[in-house]
Design a protein around this ligand. Structure first.
Ligand code: DMJ
Length: 454
């Protein structure tokens, strides 16, 4: 090729490559926009049916089209949990209606024993994020009232919280708890302290987190259940799944939200041990199983829907390599039956517990991984999961859990976290990045975005 033609050819090829890249990008963008619209429509299908059949109650039973209240009286679990999703999806009229219901009907002056952990992440978290998104002081007052009524849980000999508290009398119950319940309180209680200027909330929740960490084994692992009166472990099984999961989540997120160095140091002291004793390579895949907290010996090769939050947390902490590999395993678990089971034996790839509670964790991790890598593979993964989710879980009046992922038989259950988390993470995965300023918020474990406004 003559000398003068070579640079021209090079330029033409470069332009063509750029044009193809541009086309692919805009096709991807258009595809994502369409999926986000579908997610919003499906979310509305669930929300409208809650409005129609269960308005003012904790939750909707999507098959019998009847309401369900956790404790016999409603604490408005679904409206409080769903409020920030309504706002993020720009469903203004629906958000306004939910907010009016909450400020007019929600009262915590009730003779009820409630589960501190559930009420903290769903209601306290939802009220705080609702307040930060709307500026409605009544939501903050409700949060403060709730926080005060929950405080007696920390009155134990160890400072670890009891499981239940009576909202009116302050009496407590349930001395046997677990690290998720003792360690997943500081984002909400801490935010409440920062917003009200009252340190008592932060101090109690932080103490509970530190007291959990202090009881780790010499290997650095925590167990699965603990007595708050004696401080003794009642189960020494260690893993990253239900009962422990969000304890790890809050170590890292409390460092990010509050800049609390102790949380950073507890995280740094914990995660290498988790990767050493709980992680396992099988067939070249990365899984996380169970081990005894004292010996580090493998107890079970089980993994499930709840464990699938961990890639998102790893990605948030900067460990993209483990995050990507574990996410691939979670997706393999999903694809086994085109919906993930609650528990799987990753060695034999047999389902141990086949229910599907419409859990958000795998979607949450997909969202974090997409955010940090911008790799379109994660949107493809999300779209496949969303298609399956709609195909098998949509019911005439909402979204229904599955009794068994192999038969796809539906269950009369739609937990409030489906609206707080599952739909929110699906939406954020496909919505344009400006929908939420990712760097300005930390999601609590129920996907309520908390802002560092102090
Ligand atoms: C939610 O209530 C929270 O995400 C919690 O951390 C774990 N369980 C459910 C969702 O699966």
């Amino acid at each position: 090729m003559p000398d003068r033609i070579a640079p021209i050819a090079f330029l033409l090829i470069a332009f063509a490559a750029l044009a193809i890249h541009g086309c692919t990008k805009s096709r991807e963008k258009e595809q994502a926009r369409q999926v986000a619209t579908r997610v919003r429509t499906e979310f509305l299908h669930a929300w409208n049916n809650y409005e129609r059949y269960a308005w003012g109650h904790d939750a909707l039973r999507p098959l019998s089209k009847t309401p369900r209240d956790w404790y016999g009286q409603s604490l408005l679990m679904t409206p409080v949990d769903a409020l920030d999703t309504l706002i993020l999806m720009h469903l203004g009229a629906e958000a306004e209606k939910a907010r009016s219901l909450i400020v007019s009907d929600l009262s915590f002056d009730r003779d009820l024993y409630v589960k501190n952990f559930e009420v903290t992440m769903r209601l306290l978290g939802g009220l705080l994020s609702g307040y930060q998104l709307t500026g409605d002081e009544r939501l903050l007052s409700l949060a403060e009232d709730l926080g005060n009524r929950l405080l007696p849980v920390f009155d134990s000999p160890t400072g670890l919280p009891y499981v239940y508290v009576n909202l009116r009398t302050g009496q407590t119950r349930g001395p046997v708890t677990n690290p998720a319940e003792t360690g997943t309180l500081l984002l909400e209680f801490g935010t409440l302290s920062k917003l009200t200027g009252k340190p008592v909330f932060y101090e109690n929740a932080k103490r509970a987190l530190v007291e959990t960490f202090r009881r780790r084994s010499p290997l650095g692992l925590v167990g699965e259940s603990i007595n708050v009166e004696t401080g003794e472990w009642t189960s020494t099984d260690s893993h990253i799944g239900g009962g422990i999961d969000s304890y790890y989540e809050y170590l890292w997120k409390c460092w990010l939200l509050f800049g609390d160095k102790d949380c950073h140091d507890m995280w740094e002291a914990s995660i290498p041990t988790v990767n050493k004793y709980l992680a396992e390579e099988i067939r070249g895949e990365l899984w996380y199983g169970h081990a005894d907290m004292h010996t580090g010996k493998r107890t079970k090769t089980e993994y499930g829907a709840l464990d699938a939050f961990f890639p998102g947390l790893l990605a948030l902490s900067g460990d993209l390599e483990h995050a990507r590999r574990q996410q691939a395993s979670s997706f393999k678990m999903w694809n086994l039956h085109d919906i993930e089971p609650e528990t799987l034996d990753y060695k034999t790839m047999r389902v141990v517990s086949g229910t599907y509670h419409l859990r958000p964790e795998i979607v949450e991790s997909t969202y974090y991984l997409y955010h940090f890598t911008r790799d379109p593979e994660y949107r493809r993964m999300g779209e496949k999961m969303f298609d399956d989710f709609v195909k098998y879980c949509r019911s005439e009046a909402g979204y229904a859990a599955l009794a068994d992922v192999t038969t796809k038989q539906q269950l009369d259950e739609m937990e409030s976290f489906v609206l707080a988390e599952t739909f929110k993470y699906f939406y954020l995965l496909f919505a344009p990045p400006e929908t939420l300023q990712f760097d300005k918020v930390i999601f609590n474990t129920e996907a309520h975005p908390l802002k560092r406004t102090w």
